[in-house]
Design a protein around this ligand. Structure first.
Ligand code: HEC
Ligand code: HEC
Ligand code: HEC
Ligand code: HEC
Length: 157
């Protein structure tokens, strides 16, 4: 069974899963794979500027490493469906956590590179040097990429 093989692999490489080395070796699986279980989030992302961040660049700039660092997910792999700012740019490389039973396990998925989505990560790319016409006001920008249900104003105790 394919699922079982993935699980064995995930446990086997567990200690290295979050190191720089593993990321460089492609633990990114691409938004199409996330879509299979997260259709609504995918559709919201597809409408957002992030999904087009690579196409935005001119053909020349699409080869410029200085631009790719923020405008695509895996600068070393411009072939497969990894272009633009994808789910895994913010949620972490998904190869190991995207198995359903891992996704349902808060602790395990966090150990397998999963990031539930932190707003501080925005500032990694939305820096003072990005060509923005207006300041980066977090609440406004979050609304523009919203792919989660509205939260109640106060968290439950
Ligand atoms: C096989 C189905 C499946 C795939 C593929 C999958 N997920 Fe999930 N994901 C789930 C399930 C199920 C949950 C819900 C866990 C829960 O509610 O306890 C979840 C939860 C999440 C959450 C919300 C966590 C929270 O606690 O609110 C995020 C973010 C997420 N997944 C991102 C991704 C990303 C990014 C990918 C692709 C790299 C991906 N998922 C691939 C099934 C999947
Ligand atoms: C530090 C991260 C970062 C780097 C490096 C970077 N960009 Fe960007 N770029 C952004 C962000 C973030 C935005 C969105 C800014 C906004 O609209 O608020 C953006 C927006 C753009 C836009 C406007 C897109 C649109 O639809 O209006 C263009 C064009 C662009 N960048 C080209 C480039 C080029 C060319 C390079 C390389 C010389 C580059 N960028 C390097 C982060 C970066
Ligand atoms: C630019 C960063 C970014 C990108 C790209 C992104 N997300 Fe998120 N995502 C977040 C943040 C931040 C949150 C948490 C928002 C909150 O809880 O207020 C989140 C929340 C979620 C949730 C939780 C929803 C819930 O019910 O709580 C899911 C599921 C999710 N993202 C899936 C995806 C998928 C699938 C993609 C790609 C198709 C994606 N995300 C792309 C930043 C991102
Ligand atoms: C990996 C780099 C990266 C990260 C992380 C990132 N962005 Fe972006 N973002 C970009 C780039 C590049 C663009 C420009 C895309 C284009 O127009 O082609 C952009 C564009 C946008 C836009 C549309 C332009 C604008 O400013 O109105 C919004 C909104 C946005 N990002 C919100 C966010 C939020 C909120 C977060 C954090 C949860 C975030 N981004 C994290 C790279 C990033």
């Amino acid at each position: 069974m394919a699922g079982a093989a993935i699980v064995v692999g995930a446990v086997g490489v567990f200690p290295a899963a979050r190191s720089e080395q593993r990321i460089a070796d492609h633990d990114f699986i691409g938004a199409d794979r996330c879509r299979t279980c997260h259709v609504e989030a995918y559709q919201a992302w597809e409408r957002s500027a992030h999904s087009r961040a690579f196409q935005t660049l001119s053909p020349k700039d699409q080869k410029d490493p200085r631009c790719l660092s923020c405008h695509t997910m895996v600068p070393a792999d411009l072939g497969a469906g990894l272009l633009g700012v994808q789910c895994e740019s913010c949620h972490g490389a998904g190869r190991y956590y995207s198995v359903e039973w891992v996704m349902r396990d808060d602790e395990l998925r966090a150990q397998l590179a999963f990031d539930a989505g932190t707003t501080t990560s925005c500032l990694r790319c939305h820096t003072d040097s990005s060509p923005n016409l207006s300041a980066f006001v977090l609440d406004e920008k979050l609304r523009l990429i919203q792919h989660w249900p509205d939260r109640p104003a106060k968290a439950k105790p």
